[in-house]
Each structure stands twice: as structure tokens, then as C-alpha cells.
Design a protein around this ligand. Structure first.
Ligand SMILES: Nc1ncnc2c1ncn2[C@@H]1O[C@H](COP(=O)(O)OP(=O)(O)OP(=O)(O)O)[C@@H](O)[C@H]1O
Ligand SMILES: [Mg+2]
Length: 146
């Protein structure tokens, strides 16, 4: 669904085992599309996009990481606000992450970011982590209890 520009390479790092969450497929696809498009926009000179999955007992985690410009500290709180954009007129609406946030919250999940925008502090880039509650295993303890 996303056009990958020349110079951007993609890595997949998937956790072993079956990670199941109850999701609205279209909505979560929209979340991933938004995060991937942002990651690509942040790497105008190329870089690496990494899609990672992981889980603990309660949650599954999906990470979208880029080696792009990073998000300066003063913007980190604002990026989830509707209409906040640093992209030029006619380019970004600033709605991507606010819609993303809403969808994740509807799924009883959470979204967090880690970023470095200062080359003096090491490689720049941003990682968004989406956490979603793990679906009970069929026949598992949770399923039996309910
Ligand atoms: N991976 C990222 N790297 C650097 N900055 C980012 C990243 N993701 C989001 N941002 C910053 O957060 C702002 C808001 O992102 P958001 O997705 O909500 O809107 P947008 O991408 O500007 O526009 P739209 O998604 O509506 O086309 C961006 O303009 C950018 O400044
Ligand atoms: Mg966006």
C-alpha cells in the first residue's frame, strides 16, 4: 500500500510464536500506513525502516522505526495533536497521528515514541511503539475463565 522510495530499505523483525490481538483490520492497517508514511517522509535521503513485533504476557507490540531526522523534544508532545504538522502547505494535514492515536485507544492500546533529533547524541531517528492487548489463547486460562 506504500510506495517505497529509492534509498529506503526495509527490515522485518518478527517475534517467534503466534501474536494475536482482537483488532479492526482496516483501522490497524491505517495505523501502520500512517506510521510507515511518516517514517518514509522523515528519511528524504534514504535510510532504514524497521518493522518489529514483540509480545509479553499481556500485550503485543508493533514497532515502526526509522533512521530519519528524528523529532525534536519540543515537538514530541504535540505530534499526536490534530493538525500539528511540520510538512509544507499542501503536503501534510497533521491528522495522521491523531487518527492513529484514536484508533489505538479504541483498541484499548497505547502508542509511544522514542526519538533522537540531535546527531551529536548518536544516530538520529524515531521509533513508534504500538501496544495492543493480547487476545486470550483459545482454550487458555483466560478463555476458560470467561
Ligand atoms: N517518524 C517521524 N520522524 C520525524 N517526524 C515525525 C515522524 N512522525 C511524525 N513526525 C512529525 O509529526 C508531525 C505530525 O505527524 P502526522 O502524521 O500527524 O501528520 P503529517 O504526517 O504531518 O500529515 P498527514 O499524516 O496528515 O499527511 C509531522 O508533521 C512530523 O513533524
Ligand atoms: Mg503523517
Amino acid at each position: 500500500m506504500v510506495r517505497l522510495p529509492r534509498g529506503v530499505s526495509v527490515k522485518f523483525e518478527h517475534a517467534n510464536g503466534e501474536l494475536r490481538a482482537e483488532i479492526d483490520r482496516d483501522q490497524v492497517m491505517q495505523v501502520l500506513t500512517n506510521l510507515v508514511n511518516n517514517a518514509i517522509d522523515a528519511m528524504p535521503n534514504g535510510g532504514t525502516l524497521t518493522l518489529r513485533t514483540a509480545a509479553d504476557d499481556r500485550n503485543i507490540r508493533i514497532q515502526v522505526a526509522d533512521t530519519g531526522t528524528g523529532i525534536p523534544p519540543e515537538n514530541r508532545k504535540k505530534v499526536f495533536e490534530p493538525f500539528f504538522t511540520t510538512k509544507g502547505a499542501g503536503k501534510g494535514t497533521g491528522l495522521g497521528l491523531s487518527v492513529t492515536y484514536g484508533i489505538v485507544k479504541m483498541h484499548h492500546g497505547d502508542i509511544k515514541l522514542e526519538s533522537n533529533a540531535d546527531p551529536a547524541g548518536g544516530p538520529t531517528g524515531t521509533t513508534f511503539t504500538v501496544t495492543l492487548p493480547r487476545a486470550p489463547r483459545p482454550g487458555g486460562d483466560e478463555a476458560r475463565r470467561s
